[in-house]
Design a protein around this ligand. Structure first.
Ligand SMILES: Nc1ncnc2c1ncn2[C@@H]1O[C@H](COP(=O)(O)OP(=O)(O)OP(=O)(O)O)[C@@H](O)[C@H]1O
Ligand SMILES: [Mg+2]
Length: 254
């Protein structure tokens, strides 16, 4: 059986800058998979090429067995892949409910039940359904962005840094909902995070992306036990000068 998502040897460029240098990964149906990586590693570029916002220069992307590389983003949403972008990108002058309705743009059927489902997961959005999205807090806007993604009834959701700018408490809250959506609504999740702690607590499997390349892959338990991950992503031994020197000397990942 092939995985729900298969990415093979993907390359992407911004002009002369090569942001993805042959990325391969797979996401099995029903899983939560995370991609860890520092600023500029290429995480957002990877999400954008998978969802069709950006065209890869080389490589293949198979979603449910079908090639999607270079396809129109709307067609990819229709196939069941929703992308919740970095920085949320809600429409600030539209109301909460209008934003949610935008998420269902690919559908012609009745969306009332889906709105109710989103409001059940995020009660605060029901309370604020008539308010402009720009008046929501950062955490509420993140909830709205996820809710908007759900309106497409996705089988796979790409989440780009859902914890960005949120307090630890709110981050835990958002991730608890991500786990519930995975479990209860059977939405497979591919999430990009700089917050390795919460990402590895939530995910089954993880990849580490560095300068456009996957440098490590493994179950969350295995990654959490790795000395390099502990030192450089979980910060347990500090990232002080000693850590930085070791980082530079480092040849291989364990
Ligand atoms: N629009 C752009 N034009 C030119 N270069 C870009 C553009 N967007 C990203 N890049 C470059 O591509 C590389 C990967 O960027 P990307 O945004 O994918 O990283 P990221 O891992 O998502 O980083 P962050 O954690 O800061 O969100 C970086 O070197 C970045 O400078
Ligand atoms: Mg990014």
């Amino acid at each position: 059986m092939t995985a729900m998502l298969e990415v093979l040897n993907l390359e992407a460029h911004y002009g002369a800058i090569m942001a993805l240098r042959g990325v391969s990964l797979s996401v099995e149906e029903g899983r939560i998979v995370t991609i860890l990586g520092a600023n500029g590693a290429g995480k957002t570029t990877l999400m954008k090429t998978i969802s069709g916002v950006m065209d890869p220069t080389k490589g293949q992307i198979l979603f449910m067995g079908r090639h999607v590389e270079g396809r129109d983003p709307d067609a990819i949403v229709r196939m069941g892949l929703a992308h919740v972008p970095e920085g949320r990108e809600v429409f600030p002058f539209l109301t909460v409910e209008e934003n949610l309705r935008m998420g269902a743009f690919t559908r012609r059927d009745d969306i009332r039940a889906d709105l109710d489902l989103v409001y059940d997961y995020f009660p605060v959005l029901r309370e604020r359904r008539g308010q402009p999205a720009g008046t929501l807090s950062g955490g509420q806007q993140q909830m709205l962005a996820i809710g908007r993604g759900l309106m497409a009834r996705p089988r796979l959701m790409l989440l780009d840094e859902p914890s960005l700018g949120l307090s630890p408490l709110l981050t835990q809250e958002i991730f608890a909902i991500i786990r519930r959506l995975n479990h209860e609504q059977k939405v497979t999740m591919l999430l990009v995070e700089q917050n390795a702690h919460v990402a590895l607590q939530t995910a089954d499997f993880g990849y580490v992306l560095e300068l456009g390349r996957i440098v490590m892959a493994g179950s969350s338990e295995r990654l959490m036990a790795s000395e390099d991950i502990r030192e450089f992503y979980l910060g347990q031994q500090g990232t002080g000068q000693r850590g930085q020197r070791r980082w530079k000397r480092r040849k291989t990942w364990r």
